[in-house]
Design a protein around this ligand. Structure first.
Ligand code: NAP
Length: 308
């Protein structure tokens, strides 16, 4: 598996990250097989969050991988905190961040996280408190690297004013059919542009600041509305184009959907959510393919995006 440096850190990470949000859909044996298949592919970067399955996904993962000191050294663990689903708030308070990490570590059966992400912006964030929490987590060795998710440039700048650790990653929703951050850059200055600069040029901001973008839900359209691959009713042109290119490279449509994200020069690290071993392998195959410029734009346009 091809690797990249995560942000400006020295950490080498596989370009495809394995998302564990849906691991609770597998039984014990299925989870063990899935995790082993990922390791066999060199996909040893696992993305978690304290809210996935209300914590259950982290526990299932640790059991499935048979966590011990030896295995821990061979994998890269990322988790997230800051969403409190049970009470319906976001919470970046120092107390909540520190408490969350302790619970995450217990569930993952480890004493450190390679990366901690703040999951979704908290309107009541006090960046001084985040800075204190990050310092404590770094000093205690509980967290080695820090990042964010679903944050725009100004929110990151605000954090950076107080937080001394580099922000190495920003996990953002991005797929061929959810490509607003790309379209916003293409349609600069266009009166009737179909896309708004909704997220403040986040793509260029991350590139400028050496923050790795981790596209989440790379196969979904809308907000978990479904998978665009094979959905010929809603995306006939897109599926036709992806299938045509897949045939040319002798790979599946799954491989092409990930290759499209990897072709972007921002050096992104897609977080895939499949629990199907064949699809996992197809995603990993994408790291061997480099789409041409023409193919990348053909896919972009086939999804209904227009060029000025
Ligand atoms: N930071 C955030 O706010 C945030 C939000 C959401 C998710 N995430 C992270 O991103 C990861 C990926 O999210 P996701 O699971 O929504 O992403 P996804 O990879 O776009 O979707 C995975 C789902 O789509 C199905 N699927 C994929 N390709 C398919 C195909 N060709 N035909 C039929 N079904 C197909 C999978 O089923 P099979 O299992 O059967 O393949 C699975 O149910 C999560 O695990 C999590 O780590 C982060």
């Amino acid at each position: 598996m091809r690797t990249i440096k995560l942000g400006n850190s020295a950490l080498d990470v596989p370009v495809v990250a394995v998302g564990c949000m849906r691991i609770n859909s597998l039984d014990k044996t299925g989870a063990e097989r899935f995790v082993q298949a990922a390791l066999d592919e060199g996909a040893n970067f696992f993305d978690h969050a304290d809210i996935y399955g209300a914590g259950e996904c982290e526990t299932i993962f640790a059991d499935a991988i048979h966590m011990n000191d030896d295995i821990r050294e061979k994998i890269i663990l990322q988790s997230k905190c800051g969403i409190r689903n049970q009470i319906g708030t976001f919470d970046f308070s120092k107390e909540h961040i520190l408490w969350s990490v302790d619970q995450i570590l217990k569930r993952l059966k480890t004493d450190y996280l390679d990366i901690l992400l703040l999951h979704r912006p908290d309107a009541l964030v006090e960046p001084e408190e985040v800075a204190e929490a990050f310092d404590r987590l770094e000093e205690s060795g509980k967290v080695r690297h820090f990042g964010v998710s679903n944050q725009n440039p100004m929110q990151i700048q605000l954090l950076k004013k107080f937080v001394k650790q580099p922000i190495v990653a920003n996990q953002l929703q991005l797929s061929i059919t959810n490509a607003n951050m790309i379209s916003a850059g293409i349609n600069v200055n266009m009166e009737n542009a179909p896309s708004l600069n909704r997220d403040g040029s986040i793509l260029d901001f991350c590139r400028l600041n050496d923050i790795t973008i981790q596209p989440w839900s790379p196969f979904q359209y809308g907000f978990f509305e479904g998978v665009f691959l094979g959905n010929t009713e809603k995306f006939p042109e897109l599926n036709k184009k992806i299938d045509e290119i897949a045939e040319k490279y002798n790979v599946t449509n799954t491989t092409i959907a990930i290759a499209w994200l990897l072709r972007h020069p921002a050096n992104m690290q897609p977080v895939i959510g499949t629990m199907n071993i064949d699809r996992l392998k197809d995603c990993c195959k994408a790291t061997d393919i480099r789409l041409t410029r023409e193919e990348w734009y053909e896919i972009y346009r086939a999804a209904g995006n227009i060029l000025p």
